[in-house]
Design a protein around this ligand. Sequence first.
Ligand code: GDP
Ligand code: IMO
Ligand code: MG
Length: 425
Amino acid sequence: MVDILLGLQWGDEGKGKIVDVLAPEYQVVARFQGGPNAGHTLEFDGKKHVLHQIPSGIFREDSINIIGNGVVLDPIIFRKEIDGLAAYQIDFKKNLFISKKASLIIPSHRLLDAASEKSKGESKIGSTLKGIGPTYSDKIARQGLRLGDILSPNFRKKYDELVAKHKQILSFYEYEYDLTEAETDFFSAVEFLKGFNLVDSEYTINQALQSGQKILAEGAQGSLLDIDFGSYPFVTSSSTTAAGVSSGLGVAPQKIKEVYGIFKAYCTRVGSGPFPTELLEETGERMRQEGREFGSTTGRPRRCGWMDLPALKYSVMLNGVTQLIMMKADVLNIFEEILICTHYQMEDGTITDQLPYDICDQKIVPVYKTLKGWHTSLNGLTNFDDMPVELKEYTAYIEKEIGVPVTFVSTGPDRLATVSRKSEL
Ligand code: GDP
Ligand code: IMO
Ligand code: MG
């Protein structure tokens, strides 16, 4: 069966950490969408690693890792990631498979991303500038390059034709650039990439399924950044929700079993777009400092705010979440009171617990419930029963509102700072 782990907020919920924790239960870990816009952090043995395109099962010797067809892959960033793993003696021939149908990010995609953002001025998306939008646009326009193309004798011709199109668009933007250095890097990284297992990964995955192996699909970004259901246009360019797993890996929907929905005990967002519970004053800054909320990919400060239940309910509904995982509970240790948004008040005074269509265009006032904070350290606690009563109440309140059990609570960035409640529930 395929289980999915995906983010229920605006990304950076802690997916990398939990995939690494769960990986020993699975034979295969697979990324199904997104690309180097993702930054997934893992911590163990006192070291921290940030993965962008390589699945977070890579440190578990017995896991096969697959970069699926729904992913957009940048060869230059891929080579850097592999170099960054040199100390670990990972057998990539045995443990890493990349779909030939994954889309290829080329240097001019990054230029288009930057030119488009620049032209938008104040209304920019706040993209990670990794070329994600332009690469998915080329895929949908049926003119993109795929990884398998690098093996074709016509690769250079196909590349040149695509770059010629990109240059036309760039001239429209009047955007200054020099591609020379990036192209040298790119072609050398493409040669490097040829040394890896480039496969029809839909077969790899379905054969694994047939032989009874367990697969974990690793989400990237968050449900509220989904191209269809996020706060459009302030979204990424792919299906970040459970629906993306079938098309992004080539697995049939009935093969999907558990859906782990992961969320922070509060909210963060990087980039532009609506964020109803955002805290623009001191409380938000305290959260940012305590949670070290700075982007894993871009280093940008993350916007911070209280937990947003209407948004969480929406994501749980879209994904069919069967288990919740609450992250970074320890960051709320510093607060005597914890607020949780239960409803939105709209401009016309109506109160709703649903996400409105025009979330980008009107001012939404969150309606809060206040809970007592635990205001104490969670350090070293490994048993949910030993947690402060206020944290238990906070968790129980969320479970009651959402109607799905919280099966893990994370209390620190390290692999070991994870409390499983599975046996108790
Ligand atoms: P991802 O994109 O969902 O994998 O999340 P990121 O790695 O971008 O961001 C999560 C950040 O929170 C990383 O710096 C993690 O090391 C850190 N983190 C994960 N879980 C916890 C936790 O329970 N407590 C604290 N304090 N930090 C955590
Ligand atoms: P992980 O997997 C947080 C955001 C960007 C921007 C918008 C569009 O680490 O959770 P893009 O580069 O995709 O065109 O940017 O989406 N974004 C993320 N925010 N975590 C991510 O990934 C993100 N990937 C994209 O900040 O607002
Ligand atoms: Mg991240």
